[in-house]
Write a protein that binds this ligand. Structure first.
Ligand SMILES: [Zn+2]
Length: 126
């Protein structure tokens, strides 16, 4: 599904870059995210594009849900507030049942020892 997004349109993560040079190569598996912030951005984009396989593949096995239901949520925008070490603070605006909400999260990431890839571990809301 992610591959059908127009490559030259601005990336859904709000980086200001085109999808083709931002989250596109991450979702297609061409170029894994080098940093927690890059992974965070690509996962937000995967939520926008309803790319559940990518979200599950970048989720740490210890906290990964068995399935994901991505229907019913419309993502409206991402703001990264700060990133340091293995953490990324962000807020994401979304709409559900006709109402707008803001998700604020301090996410934690871990690096897979064997492959060096970053994985989403968990997050604190608020
Ligand atoms: Zn992006």
């Amino acid at each position: 599904m992610s591959l059908s997004y127009p490559p030259f349109k601005p990336c859904p993560c709000g980086s200001g870059r085109s999808f083709a040079v931002c989250c596109g190569p991450r979702l297609s598996g061409e170029r894994p995210a080098e940093t927690p912030e890059a992974l965070m951005r690509s996962r937000y984009t995967a939520f926008v594009l309803q790319d559940a396989p990518y979200l599950l593949a970048t989720w740490h096995p210890s906290t990964r849900p068995a399935t994901l239901d991505l229907g019913g949520t419309r993502w409206l925008g991402l703001t990264i507030h700060g990133a340091s070490g293995d953490r990324v603070r962000f807020s994401a605006r979304f709409q559900e049942d006709g109402r707008k909400h803001i998700l604020r999260e301090d996410s934690r990431f871990v690096q897979d020892e064997a492959e060096g890839r970053w994985l989403y571990l968990d997050g604190e809301h608020g």
